[in-house]
Design a protein around this ligand. Structure first.
Ligand code: M1P
Length: 241
């Protein structure tokens, strides 16, 4: 299997969204990772990834592309990082959205989270409890607040990509510095390997689409769209036999 390498999204693909990896999955997955070259890519930073993925699984990964691939870790060691300093006018605009939201529920702290090479913007606040996360998500699905904000910001700041990657927030990166950058990175590390990519949102409009598209352009890849983490196990178990 040395000529196959894996790249996988995290939320919705290896774990439930922003939730810890299920125990039974972690045990089976860790066994299947043995001897494989397996990378993950996510918008989350390393501390959030560690809240979701147990250490005994983390240590089996060949590398972790955190913050949309703007920082890369091998066995907890940071290999590279990209810097992004958002201009004041963008930050003021984000503050306006928080002040003017029509969301009727309570707001929590941590609306503008600066990560390596990116900013995550969250009207309800990243420190919200799970119940408030579900409440905002349901409201946003009908009110379309995030879509409207992302649309307006794309017009005002065309140099950045505003992506609705998760359930309650918007990821902001300079163009070219989204998750799709990891397709090139993995291809450079493994020029002749087949790259198998697991993602739950690989269709146009989904936050795994750009990675899938870039991999297709680079060639010698397989895009595996999953609807739950168990699909990853089924695929890996299938090729192991
Ligand atoms: O990995 C998907 C997304 O997960 C979180 O999004 P949310 O809190 O909105 O569900 C964030 O870490 C986000 O950056 C990431 O893209």
């Amino acid at each position: 299997m040395n000529d196959v390498v894996f790249l996988s999204d995290m939320d919705g693909t290896l774990t439930p969204s922003r939730q810890p990896m299920e125990k039974a999955f972690a045990g089976a997955f860790s066994k299947l990772l043995e001897g494989k070259t397996f990378y993950i890519v996510t918008g989350s930073d390393l501390s959030k990834i560690k809240e979701q993925i147990p250490e005994f699984v983390m240590e089996r990964f060949s590398g972790v592309y955190a913050s949309m691939g703007n920082e890369f870790f091998i066995k907890n060691k940071q290999i590279y990082k990209n810097e992004f300093v958002p201009e004041g006018s963008l930050l003021s605009k984000l503050e306006e959205y928080i002040a003017q939201t029509r969301y009727p529920g309570k707001l929590y702290p941590n609306h503008i989270e600066r990560r390596c090479g990116m900013v995550n913007f969250c009207v309800v606040g990243r420190d919200c409890p799970l119940e408030a996360r579900f409440q905002y998500q349901a409201w946003d699905n009908s009110a379309g607040e995030r879509k409207a904000i992302a649309h307006e910001l794309s017009g005002l700041f065309p140099q950045y990509k505003f992506e609705i990657g998760g359930a309650i927030s918007i990821d902001i990166v300079p163009h070219g510095f989204g998750k799709e950058q990891t397709a090139d990175k993995v291809r450079t590390l493994h020029p002749s390997a087949k790259i198998v990519f697991f993602g739950d949102r690989t269709a146009p409009g989904g936050n795994d689409y750009a990675v899938a598209e870039r991999l297709r352009q680079l060639g010698n890849c397989e895009i595996v769209t999953v609807s739950e983490p168990a699909d990853v196990l089924r695929y890996m178990d299938g090729i192991a036999h």
